[in-house]
Write a protein that binds this ligand. Structure first.
Ligand code: ZN
Length: 122
């Protein structure tokens, strides 16, 4: 699929910004859809720290260690512990699996909870 720099307008702050080719390439590689964002990068980062729910992609999850990381749409990564997995979640979660999650503030920073696998890796 050809990528093209696309202008977009933030629905939160009204800022005009470019949805860049680099960004589209990264999203595609990480398994996100290429729908133009409705939030500028700054608002997106703030939005991703709200309770959500949000969608992301599992970077990796190690059932032995009992934790892993989710890549958020902005590219930031968020920690999750196995206790944050929704009941009935599979023991193994493949890299690249799409998940829905909520964000909870903890003493050690934000953490993903209620992590639900939506689909396996591509
Ligand atoms: Zn904005």
């Amino acid at each position: 699929m050809p990528y093209r720099d696309t202008w977009a307008v933030c629905t939160n702050c009204g800022t005009q910004f470019v949805f860049t080719v680099e960004e589209q390439r990264r999203l595609d590689k990480q398994g996100f859809d290429l729908t133009p964002p409705t939030l500028c990068p700054d608002c997106m980062r703030l939005h991703e720290m709200t309770p959500g729910p949000h969608e992301g992609v599992v970077k990796w999850y190690d059932p032995e260690k009992g934790y892993g990381f989710i890549i958020q749409r902005s590219g930031n990564e968020i920690f999750f512990h196995k206790s944050g997995l929704a009941p009935g979640s599979p023991r193994q979660i493949p890299d690249g699996a799409r998940v829905r999650y909520r964000v909870q503030a903890t003493g050690r920073g934000p953490q993903a909870v209620d992590v639900t696998v939506i689909s396996g890796s591509r």
